[in-house]
Design a protein around this ligand. Sequence first.
Ligand code: NAG
Length: 452
Amino acid sequence: MATSLLFSLLLLYLSAAGDAIGVNYGTLANNLPAPEAVANFLKTQTTVDRVKIFDANPDILRAFADSGIVVTVTVGNGEIVGLTDPKVARRWVSDHIKPFHPRTRINYIAVGNEVLHWGDKFQVAKLVPAMKSLHHALLLEGIKDIKVTSPHSLGILSVSEPPSAARFRRGYDKAIFAPMLKFLTETNAPLMVNPYPYFGYNPKNPNYSLFKPNRGIHDPATGITYTNMFDQLLDAVHIAAKSVGYGGVDLVVGETGWASACEWEVCSIQNAMDYNSNLIKHVNSGKGTPLMPNRKFETYLFALFNENLKPGPLGERNWGLFQPDFTPVYDVGILRNGQKPGSGSWGKKWCVPKLEASSQALQANIDYVCSSGVDCKPIQPGGPCFEPNDVRSHASFVMNSFYQINGRHDYNCDFAKTGVLTTANPNLVCKRASEDQKRVLIVVRLKASWEN
Ligand SMILES: *[C@@H]1O[C@H](CO)[C@@H](O)[C@H](O)[C@H]1NC(C)=O
């Protein structure tokens, strides 16, 4: 008894002492460094000691062997249904885990990726059985130190404000979350959630999303005034978990972050840097949240790299802390020895048409950019940047996209001398309507709760 108490205290001390910051290492790009280089970079140049990957890529797992960096692997949504078969689960563990663990320290298997959001109803129905099946397969293989969890967007909540009113969506509460949280509690595993104050950004109160001074949001039921949306979202999940009987479940932040460039004012290097660096300070302070005080939530930033093959609006390709050549996009304080990013002006520039550029030249730029692989749907009818419908506005949008996507070299804004770089945000006026539809649902809900 005394020993186990001492041991628990020691664990508590150890978990409180270290930092708790990891990164999501996404690979939807064709210009990323080799996994060995990534592992070496993280180990020698940063304070990051854990990564999360979106599959179980053997090359990545091999690269992190003996690195001291812990890896979370992900089971794809498409694999969930099959994994309910114990034989399939056993084979998955022997193919994807056994060859690497423990030389590569794997801490979690994340089952699915926001499957309630992106998955079909069969995948959703089989989520918890698949988690159990993988857990048993691990035990049968003699692996006791890898926890099975599942990451979820905040779309699992029907309401997140005020936190005291938060509940899981009806239909998922009893059928999915009650049994999942029971399983997680019994196996001492955390629930993984992906809170994004970015998607709840309110232009009237940006500071609330960015951990900067603001009047806060009062929760009358608890008497708590929340001064940042991150705490609000985590407490909302906590209350929802409590409402199905599992308030004690541990939470891990599987993803959070901020895009540094996109078509809207919300994305800027400054906002991304403010959010991520304030988040890291907040998490590492060990303050926890108002309802879960004195905790350091293990937190995985999204994302390690800008990923040039991610589909969707420009913002999707600009979530990275680093360029593929390891140049920091901005400084969040995870570099060792207080290193500073090379170029301070990086990304604070926009490419716009010169005033004297002719409509003909600008149309040629549009044709060129749109045939070069840049997504021009936003300027097509129905797209968020279609209005104002004139050549100059459309050219502004695509020339800037081209410049941002291709590495922001000065020559990416030349356009036969019709483009010019500016440090004044041109405030490209795009309606937010067609931003990644599913994620927008979350924004809409959060915004709606603001405006009520
Ligand atoms: C937002 O935060 C900044 C400091 O980062 C502060 O100067 C400003 O007054 C704040 N805005 C509001 C509305 O509180």
